[in-house]
Design a protein around this ligand. Structure first.
Ligand code: HDD
Length: 713
């Protein structure tokens, strides 16, 4: 019985391609960066048997039933049937990248951790960024906290700094985590909403749990809709300890500060992006690394001497509190650079397993009850997610430091342990592997010998009881536009809550205790009576404002890696395009030429210019700014093109810088837009660039916001 293979698709056969297609295919082939290891290899089964036919199951006759003996088909289908592993219960949606960390100087006075001592040493890192609420396939730009988890592969073992892009958390004790997560996740009866907190169960919980007030106001701020993963701060959240070789311990809070500055999307843009480009953040990070725009963060610590532990008007063990930078400034330690995308998403981003309990000598925990619970939870979750206790052997989790111990066997063991002694002490393997006393050179891990003298008790410390002062500090520290965004976010989210008593509880028992104006404005938007006063007494604190909390103060002062759309149609002024592109490149920014379609556009002097995409293909929400070059015919064409007009209106609405060159001024008149510091026109590209770049550098034209509200969404 002969098995007949289908005739190959002609377009796949080199010799039968049209010359154009063959050229393009050959070019694409030569450009392929993500080439498989199997290039040039025969197709084989997992047992190494060469496969002759990958098209047809073994059958009893060409029209007959399939045969059970077809081990090739069964192996393939069985493996496929088990391709999925459980997604993370929280932080399921994420992306990652490789890079390195380099210490600025020798921080031996602070810690004995080796990776913070030798400035010449590049410690490899893998970072995974994530959203919290949504499943693996959910949108990147939803309103949510972002995970910021860094695995340092140090010579002394792995150190995982498993933080978020916000410096506090929703709850104070880990025992409340399942309650919080059940409340924020999609509701159990209908699995709605995906990727958001605007629903009854979330607001029911947080309005009943005042300790969440501070974190919730961060989540209602622009921090919850970051412009990119590259423009987010990161925080270790908890207080940790750094310990030096003399055994001196200091409390620290870890901070990541992006050198690209910290900034956010605007809400309408974030919502649209979640639909038009679900992968917006993932793509941005990937492309930046591919282009060589390596994202960087400075790692720093706020240091509190042991004897100053109780000097604050909050408890440094309480994870719902920050230590304001104005009280304890950040000491920079070093810089992290992300410079390599993963080769395989599943093997690396999906299988990476973080745990706050992965620390190295020189770092230790504090008694923060949220951190203490986390130390248990992460390893436990990996056992069901990654199928057993051997997840540390997966390539992405393997320390660069060697590991030897008496742990043996279990699911998915890949190490072939040799020898007979899997116990310690032993005498038949010379006693190896042996302990290393902490005092020795490169000594073993030693916990900080903190003295504990206490009753065993289930009780929250009284020092954890102020839930509103720092939420108020955050609100007071915002610029006017940031305050407006917070009011709008609470109003939007609570407006989606069906039960009015939950809305009212949040307004009266939470917001009114943070700030009465905030509470009243939200009440007004919800049609609720305005609260007259809070329900708890306002506590006196040492600081009213912390400018370090406002993103208005966190811009980088340059336009590096910013993206500018250039809109053109036939008849465009080619010289203006060249001049703008050159000027942007000189600043480290990027331009894309967009046409009415993906076909090339002709310049006024007859040259054909290839476009990067059509205007529909790369909407304004994917850019930081828009430039429209002159050229009478091009501008006339754009004036009659709804997509182009919408492009400009949308960029205007999202407060982006727009520069109209030459005849393009007509578009401003046509759309009846008022000039402002970010809506510029001029005949000379050279003269336009200065104010245009200054406006891009300010991230958004905030002064335009009240006017932009009138533009239809
Ligand atoms: Fe968590 C994942 C951050 C509290 C239990 N968490 C997870 C991730 C981040 C954080 C970034 C994703 C890691 C990755 O990319 O794989 N979690 C935090 C922060 C917290 C926090 C900053 C508070 C300061 N988490 C927290 C508590 C518990 C957990 C209190 C449980 C008691 N977190 C988990 C988990 C996850 C997780 C269930 C899900 C997947 C995983 O661990 O690997 O164990």
């Amino acid at each position: 019985m002969s098995i007949k293979k289908p005739a190959p698709d002609k377009s796949e056969m080199a010799g039968t391609d049209t010359p154009d297609r063959a050229n393009t295919n050959a070019k694409l082939d030569s450009l392929e960066k993500f080439r498989s290891d199997a290039t040039g290899q025969a197709l084989r089964t997992n047992q190494g048997v060469k496969i002759a036919d990958n098209q047809n199951t073994l059958k009893a006759g060409p029209r007959g039933p399939s045969l059970l003996e077809d081990f090739i088909m069964r192996e393939k289908i069985t493996h496929f049937d088990h391709e999925r592993i459980p997604e993370r219960i929280v932080h399921a949606r994420g992306t990652g990248a490789h890079g390195f960390f380099q210490s600025y100087e020798n921080h031996a006075a602070l810690t004995k951790a080796g990776f913070l001592q030798d400035p010449g040493k590049k410690t490899p890192v893998f970072v995974r960024f994530s959203t919290v609420q949504g499943p693996r396939g959910s949108g990147d730009t939803v309103r949510d906290v972002r995970g910021f988890a860094v695995k340092f592969f140090t010579d002394e073992g792995n150190f995982d700094l498993v933080g978020n892009n916000m410096p506090v958390f929703f709850i104070q004790d880990a025992i409340k985590f399942p309650d919080f997560v059940h409340a924020v996740k999609p509701e159990p009866h209908n699995e709605i909403p995906t990727g958001g907190s605007a629903h009854d169960t979330f607001w029911d919980f947080v309005s009943l749990v005042p300790e969440s007030a501070h974190m919730v106001i961060w989540a209602m701020s622009d921090r919850a809709i970051p412009k990119s993963l590259r423009s987010m701060q990161g925080f270790g959240v908890h207080t940790f300890r750094l310990i030096n070789a003399e055994g001196k311990s200091r409390f620290v809070k870890f901070h990541w500060r992006p050198t690209a500055g910290t900034c956010s999307l605007v809400w309408d843009e974030a919502q649209k992006l979640a639909g038009k480009d679900t992968d917006y953040h993932r793509r941005d990070l990937w492309e930046a690394i591919e282009m060589g725009d390596y994202p960087e963060w400075e790692l720093g610590v706020q240091i509190v001497e042991e004897e100053n532990e109780h000097d604050f008007d909050f408890d440094i063990l309480d994870p719902t509190k920050i230590i304001p930078e104005e009280i304890v400034p950040i000491t920079p330690l070093g810089k992290m650079t992300l410079n390599r995308n993963p080769d395989n998403f599943f093997a690396e981003v999906e299988q990476v397993a973080f745990c706050p309990g992965h620390i190295v000598p020189g770092i230790d925990f504090s008694n923060d009850p949220l951190l203490q619970g986390r130390l248990f939870s992460y390893t436990d979750t990996q056992i069901s997610r990654l199928g057993g206790p051997n997840f540390h052997e997966l390539p992405i989790n393997r320390p660069v430091a060697p590991f030897h111990n008496g742990q043996r066997d279990a699911q998915h063991r890949t190490t072939i342990d040799k020898g007979r002694a899997s116990y310690e002490p032993n005498s038949i393997d010379g006693g190896w592997p042996k302990e290393t006393p902490p005092a020795a050179q490169d000594g073993g891990f030693e916990s900080y010998p903190e003295r504990i003298d206490a009753a065993k008790i289930r009780q929250r410390s009284e020092s954890f009881s102020d839930h509103f002062s720092q939420a108020r500090l955050f609100f007071n520290s915002m610029s006017e536009h940031e305050k407006e965004h917070i009011i709008a976010a609470y109003s939007f989210e609570l407006g989606k809550v069906e039960r009015e008593f939950i809305r009212a509880r949040e307004v009266n028992e939470i917001l009114a205790n943070i700030d009465l104006t905030l509470a009243r404005r939200v009440a007004q938007n919800l049609g609720l009576p305005a609260p007259v006063k809070g329900t708890v007494e306002v506590r006196k604190t040492s600081l009213d404002r912390s400018p370090a909390l406002s993103q208005a103060n966190l811009l980088p002062g340059n336009i590096k890696t910013r993206k500018v759309a250039i809109l053109a149609a036939n008849g465009v002024d080619g010289a203006a395009i060249d001049a703008m592109k050159k000027a942007l490149e000189a600043e480290g920014a990027h331009a894309k030429l967009l046409g009415p379609t993906s076909a090339p556009v002709k310049t006024a002097d007859g040259k054909a210019l290839a476009v990067d995409a059509s205007m529909e293909g790369m909407p304004s929400i994917a850019f930081d700014a828009v430039f429209v070059p002159g050229g009478a015919a091009s501008v006339t064409a754009l004036s009659g093109d709804g997509v182009a007009l919408h492009y400009l209106l949308e960029a205007y609405k999202h407060l982006k810088a727009i520069a109209l060159h030459g005849e393009a001024k007509q578009l401003q008149d046509l759309l009846k837009l008022d000039a402002d510091v970010g809506l510029l026109q001029g005949k000379d590209v050279g003269a336009l660039t200065k104010p245009f770049f200054a406006a891009i550098g300010e991230h958004r034209v905030w002064a335009r916001e009240p006017k932009a509200k009138a533009i239809p969404a």
